[in-house]
Design a protein around this ligand. Structure first.
Ligand code: GDD
Ligand code: MN
Length: 408
């Protein structure tokens, strides 16, 4: 029989005496005993509460051997507490899965079972979402809190991820209920370099997990009301979160790649457009087209007798060489992209991509001018149509997945 994996539930506390007593009992008696494929541990990180929260935990530790406690020297923020807890869970408790959980019963304890189920299905980052279908905010919340939480969450995920897929996949970026896989993910995060100690830590961790290509799964949940005590979130939090998302995005490598890729793409378009016009008028294209004169009565193949189609094909090749060269020395210059293949094999893959692009533009300009007339306007419009709707998506996919694929 193989060894059971360990899951550590980490709960930061600050003056949660009433809640934590109930929470410890609830987790050990009603939840952990329903999970048989994990060794379950609970780690409390107390911010040196003055209401004896830590004493209550110490007392419970006599009863539950898988209950652990860290007492911070002083309260440093929820992010700092989680980082200490996670580090201890991984290094000393040998956690395979980390679970972020609040001590005030706003997160339904039975959801821990679900989080682990999804981890077992192969997801690396499982997030409780109040905005996913089936999730909810407390109905008692007034309009203002609803609005701030939802709108704030939307702004945060927009700034952090738009237009990439996590923007659509992660509907509740400020949620505090999560499970994180340690192997290949948490163990790759450089936690000592974490910038934020308050609530913004979660956006930083989320951004890093996405950067590591974690498979993300959302599960809906209903955010409860606090059983006892007050929320520790303060008026500074929205500002901190906003600052954090801007900063994270500004340093986001993938977004910069996208901007560079876009800039080079636009230059490439100008090159393409110029050579399409220039070559269209040359004798060379006329000669090539005339080699296929035998096909002139077969509608679909007639495109081979169209000199502008040939001009488009050659112009595409020129612009692709231009794009490849610049992307190679600028957009994808980092070692991690180059390490996955040698320049020669990248060049072969690139040629493979180029063939697709050449065919796309050959056909678009070829048929565009055959159908609508071989004028400058139609040539250029067909070119733009092909680039926007076919080439850009095709190239971005090929560049990221094939040519400059990241080394795993
Ligand atoms: N050690 C420590 N230090 N614990 C803290 C600190 C701190 O500085 N600040 C808060 N906590 C503990 C609380 O005692 C509680 O157990 C947990 O962290 C969550 O804090 P709450 O004060 O209950 O936060 P909230 O309910 O306003 O925020 C919840 O919703 C947010 C989104 O709306 C949390 O789930 C957040 O994680 C979430 O972002
Ligand atoms: Mn709370």
């Amino acid at each position: 029989m193989d060894k059971k994996k360990t899951a550590v539930v980490v709960i930061p506390t600050y003056n949660e005496a009433e809640n934590i007593k109930k929470m410890i009992d609830c987790l050990f008696s009603d939840i952990f005993n329903k999970i048989d494929n994990y060794k379950m541990m609970l780690l409390i990180v107390d911010g040196n509460s003055n209401d004896k929260t830590a004493d209550i935990v110490k007392d419970k530790m006599k009863k539950f051997e898988n209950l652990h406690l860290i007492v911070e020297e002083k309260k440093e923020g929820i992010g700092a507490a989680y980082v200490k807890g996670f580090n201890h869970a991984v290094k000393s408790l040998k956690a395979d899965v980390l679970i972020e959980f609040d001590g005030d019963f706003q997160h339904p304890p039975e959801l821990i079972i679900k989080l682990l189920d999804e981890i077992d299905k192969g997801y690396d980052y499982v997030i409780g979402s109040r905005n996913a279908k089936g999730g909810a905010y407390p109905s008692h919340w007034g309009f203002k809190r609803h609005f701030f939480s939802r709108f704030g969450g939307f702004v945060a995920r927009f700034i952090l991820f738009f237009p990439f897929s996590p923007f659509f996949k992660i509907t509740d970026p400020t949620t505090g209920l999560k499970a994180t896989r340690v192997e290949n993910f948490f163990d790759k995060l450089k936690l000592d370099k974490l910038k934020y100690k308050g609530f913004a830590y979660k956006l930083e961790l989320m951004h890093k997990m996405v950067e590591l290509d974690a498979k993300v799964k959302q599960i809906p949940f209903k955010f409860g009301l606090r059983s006892y005590g007050d929320s520790k979130i303060d008026a500074q939090t929205p500002k901190e979160i906003l600052k954090a998302v801007f900063r994270l995005r500004f340093n986001d490598k993938k977004s910069w790649r996208f901007v560079k890729f876009g800039t080079i793409g636009f230059l490439g378009y100008l090159v393409n457009s110029f050579f399409l016009e220039f070559l269209s008028g040359t004798l060379a294209m006329e000669k090539i087209a005339s080699l296929f004169v035998i096909l002139k009565d077969v509608f679909f193949l007639k495109v081979f007798t169209n000199r502008s189609a040939w001009a488009a094909g050659f112009a595409t090749e020129i612009s692709i060489i231009h794009n490849f060269t610049l992307n190679n020395i600028w957009t994808f210059r980092s070692k991690e992209h180059k390490a996955s293949s040698k320049i020669f094999s990248r060049f072969l893959k690139f040629n493979f991509t180029a063939i697709g692009a050449i065919i796309i533009q050959f056909l678009a300009v070829g048929f565009g001018t055959l159908i609508f007339g071989n004028t400058l306007l139609i040539r250029q419009a067909s070119l733009i149509f092909a680039i926007v709707f076919i080439n850009i998506p095709y190239n971005w996919i090929m560049y990221n997945r094939v040519i400059w694929k990241k080394k795993k």
